[in-house]
Design a protein around this ligand. Structure first.
Ligand code: GDP
Length: 473
C-alpha cells in the first residue's frame, strides 16, 4: 500500500526492508515513523495527516439558520406481523397515485412520496423495525415519524412492543394506526388500553400520542392518518437547507443487469444533481441519472425526496450515508480510506468485546454515564417482569439499569441491532439467540450473556454496575 501511494514497485520497498535485515510477510503492518523514513528514502515529501482527517467536512456541514427551509416528513411503518403494515403502505400509495400515470403503476424504489393538502409525505417502503434499526446501526437516521400499526381484532403483540422500544430508543415520535376496524371483532379501545402498559399514551387516554382508526383494505380514514402525520410533522418543525451539496442515506441498493449499480437514496439536506460526484458508504460514482418513485428521470432531488442514483461504481449498503464531494480524487481518497477501515475492522472483529459487560462498564465509568442500558429477552412474560422488578431494585444514586427493551421470545437479529445502536448489553434468560442473531452479534462485537437463574443475572448486572465484575465464568 505504501509502495502504491509512492508509485513505487512493492518489491523495491520489500527489498529495502531486507537490506535493513527485516523480512516482511504479507499482512504485516509498518508504523507511521517507519513509513515516513522509507518515503523520504525514496525521495518523497511526507505530510502527516490523521487518517480521520480524510473524512473531515464530509458530513454535517453547519447550515446557517436562515438557510433552513421547511421540509417534508419521512415516515416508517412498524408493527407486528400480519397487523397490516404492507396493506397500509399499499393503500396509501394507491389512494394517492398522481392522475395520468398509466394504470396507476408506480415504481417500487424503496420509498415513495404522496401529497396531502399540498404537502408531501415520504414513506419508507420497507415496513417493520428491522430495516429501521439496521439503518440506525450504520449511523443513519432516516425516519422522522413512526406509524405503529396495531390490528384492532388482535392485541399488542411482541413485535408491537419491539417497535415501540425501537422508536423510543431512536427518539422518534409514534403515531398509532389502529387497523382492521372494518372487522366485526375489532376493539380499538382494547388496543389503546393495552398500549398504556407500554407507555404509549394516546390522546383520548390523556396522553399526547396521536391515534387514528383505519382500515387498510377498505381505505377508511387514510386521509385522517395523513393529516395526523402532517400535524406531527408541524410540531417537529422539520427543516433542511436545499441550497447546498446533498447529503443523505441509502435506503436500498442493488446491482441491476442493465443499469449497473442502482441505489435508492433519501436526500436529507441539500439538492442532489445529475453530474454530482457522490460518496456512499465504501463506494463512489458520478451521478449519471436520477430516477424518481414514478420511474421518471429527474434533474435534481430536494431534501426528503427519495430517488434512484445511477452511476455508482459499486453497490453501497442500506443505511450507508452518502454525500456529494468536490472531485473524483477526493471521492477516491475517502472510499479507499473506508475500505481500508472496513478491512481493519473485520480483522479486529474476533477480538471485539464492545458489548461485553466488562467493556461496557469501563466505558460507562470513563464517560461518567449514570445508566446501564440492557436489552433482555426471556422465555415467558413472567420472567421478563421478575427480571425487571429485580433490576429496578438495584438502582443507586450513581448508576441504574435502563431497560432499552425487554420481551418474551428468542434473541433475534433485531434485538442485537437494538443493543448495538443503544450501546446496551444483550441478555438472554432461558432463551438462545437464533443463528442470524448470533452472526449479527459476532459482527458487531456484541457479547450475548445467557442465564437460567435470575439471581445470577442480577448479580452480574450488579457487579458490572459497581465496576466489580469478576472475569467471565
Ligand atoms: P403485515 O405483515 O403487517 O405487512 O400485514 P399485511 O399487510 O400483509 O396484512 C396481513 C393480513 O391482514 C392480510 O391478509 C391483509 O389482507 C389483512 N388486512 C390488512 N389490513 C386489513 C384491514 O384493514 N382490514 C381487514 N379486514 N384485513 C386487513
Amino acid at each position: 500500500e505504501l509502495a502504491q501511494r509512492m508509485s513505487e514497485r512493492a518489491v523495491d520497498v520489500v527489498k529495502y526492508f531486507m537490506k535493513q535485515g527485516q523480512i516482511l510477510k504479507p499482512g504485516d503492518v509498518i508504523d507511521a515513523d517507519t513509513a515516513e523514513l522509507i518515503a523520504v528514502e525514496f525521495g518523497h515529501t511526507v505530510r502527516r495527516v490523521a487518517e480521520s482527517d480524510i473524512e473531515e467536512g464530509l458530513f454535517d456541514v453547519a447550515d446557517r439558520p436562515e438557510d433552513m427551509e421547511p421540509r417534508s416528513p419521512v415516515v416508517t411503518i412498524m408493527g407486528h406481523v400480519d397487523h397490516g403494515k404492507t396493506s397500509l403502505l399499499d393503500a396509501i400509495r394507491n389512494a394517492n397515485v398522481v392522475s395520468g400515470e398509466a394504470g396507476g403503476i408506480t415504481q417500487h424504489i424503496g420509498a415513495y412520496q404522496v401529497e396531502k393538502n399540498g404537502q408531501k409525505i415520504t414513506f419508507i417502503d420497507t415496513p417493520g423495525h428491522a430495516a429501521f434499526t439496521a439503518m440506525r446501526a450504520r449511523g443513519a437516521q432516516a425516519t422522522d415519524i413512526a406509524i405503529l400499526v396495531v390490528a384492532a381484532d388482535d392485541s399488542v403483540m411482541p413485535q408491537t412492543i419491539e417497535s415501540i422500544s425501537h422508536a423510543k430508543a431512536a427518539g422518534v415520535p409514534i403515531i398509532v394506526a389502529i387497523n382492521k376496524i372494518d372487522k366485526p371483532s375489532a376493539d380499538p379501545q382494547k388496543v389503546r388500553t393495552q398500549l398504556l402498559q407500554h407507555e404509549v399514551f394516546v390522546e383520548s387516554m390523556g396522553g399526547e400520542v396521536l391515534d387514528v382508526e383505519v382500515s387498510a383494505t377498505k381505505g377508511t380514514n387514510l386521509d385522517k392518518l395523513l393529516e395526523a402525520i402532517l400535524l406531527q410533522a408541524e410540531l417537529l418543525d422539520l427543516r433542511a437547507n436545499a441550497n447546498r451539496t446533498a447529503e443523505g442515506v441509502v435506503i436500498e441498493a442493488k446491482l441491476d443487469k442493465g443499469r449497473g449499480s442502482v441505489a435508492t437514496v433519501l436526500v436529507q439536506t441539500g439538492t442532489l444533481l445529475v453530474g454530482d460526484i457522490v460518496v456512499a458508504g465504501n463506494e463512489w460514482g458520478r451521478v449519471r441519472a436520477l430516477v424518481d418513485d414514478h420511474g421518471e428521470h429527474v434533474k435534481e432531488a430536494l431534501p426528503a425526496t427519495p430517488v434512484e442514483i445511477l452511476g455508482l461504481q459499486g453497490t453501497p449498503q442500506a443505511g450507508d450515508r452518502f454525500a456529494v464531494v468536490t472531485n473524483e480524487a477526493r471521492a477516491r481518497e475517502i472510499t479507499e480510506y473506508r475500505q481500508r477501515l472496513a478491512r481493519d475492522k473485520a480483522a479486529a472483529r474476533h477480538v471485539g468485546q464492545r458489548g461485553s459487560l466488562e467493556h461496557m462498564m469501563s466505558q460507562l465509568q470513563s464517560s461518567g454515564l449514570k445508566e446501564f442500558p440492557l436489552v433482555i429477552k426471556a422465555d415467558v412474560q413472567g420472567s421478563v417482569e421478575a427480571i425487571i422488578a429485580a433490576l429496578d431494585k438495584l438502582g443507586t444514586d450513581e448508576v441504574r439499569a435502563r431497560i432499552v427493551h425487554a420481551g418474551a421470545g428468542g434473541i433475534t437479529e433485531s434485538d442485537v441491532s437494538l443493543a448495538e445502536t443503544s450501546g446496551a448489553a444483550m441478555i438472554g434468560f432461558n432463551v438462545r439467540a437464533n443463528p442470524q442473531a448470533r452472526q449479527a452479534a459476532e459482527q458487531a462485537g456484541i457479547d450475548i450473556r445467557y442465564y437460567n437463574i435470575i439471581y445470577n443475572l442480577v448479580d452480574d448486572v450488579k457487579a458490572a454496575m459497581s465496576g466489580l465484575l469478576s472475569p467471565e465464568r
